[in-house]
Each structure stands twice: as structure tokens, then as C-alpha cells.
Design a protein around this ligand. Sequence first.
Ligand SMILES: [Ca+2]
Length: 139
Amino acid sequence: MISLGTSISASAILQPLQQSAYAKQISDKDIVSGGASQPAISGNNIYVAWFTNKSGNWEVMFRASTDGGKTFGDKINLSNSTEADSTRVQIDSDANSVVVTWWETNQTSDFPVMRISEDNGKTFGPLLKLATNGTIGEG
Ligand SMILES: [Ca+2]
């Protein structure tokens, strides 16, 4: 006979989080473990992004390698937003450009954002709020 009741279930841990409306948009697995985007590769450049709550606040992190993955630059906190959970990151690249998108979510809002690097992931431009009509607003 298989016993299923010996470990604490993820849903029990997450119960307080699920009291907020927005938690439904993030899967249990994402909340427990964070999540990484599919890596992006352009020539010898490899870009990875993921989201984590290691700091006590969900943030999107980024690292880049310019030598085919032998070495990676330091982590960059792309979201750096203490007032919102930064999750559901995606990434793409072409030539020297890297585009990273994710969602900024709290009790009152849930909107997609983007930051762009044009120097192989060394530096990134401002946070762009994608849902803004007309000229994309900088956050
Ligand atoms: Ca955040």
C-alpha cells in the first residue's frame, strides 16, 4: 500500500499565497522552485534568465556567456522591483541584441515588461511596460 500522507504537500505550504487573486496565474511549481527561461544562443553568446525569490522577493535574474559557456558574467537583477513579483520570464537574442520579457504582478496589477540589451547582455536599457498604448512607457 502506498502512503501519500507522509510529506507536506506544496498546496499546504502555498495556501496563504493562494488567498491573493494573482497567485492563480503562477503555477505551484513556479512558486516553489522559481523557473528558468529557455536559454538563448547567438554565435558564442549564451544567455540565461530565471526568476527566484532568494532575496525574499521574486526577481528576474540574468547571466551571459560570450565564450560558448566556458565562463559567465555576474548575475544581473533585471527586474529589481520589491513591490511586485517578477515571474514568467522569456528571452531571445539575435546578433548583439538580447530581449528579456517577464510579468510584474501584485495584488492590484499584472503587466508584461521588457528590457533590451544591445551589447551582448552586458547592460540593459530601461524597463519597458508593454501594455502601455502608444509609446511604450518606461517604468
Ligand atoms: Ca520583483
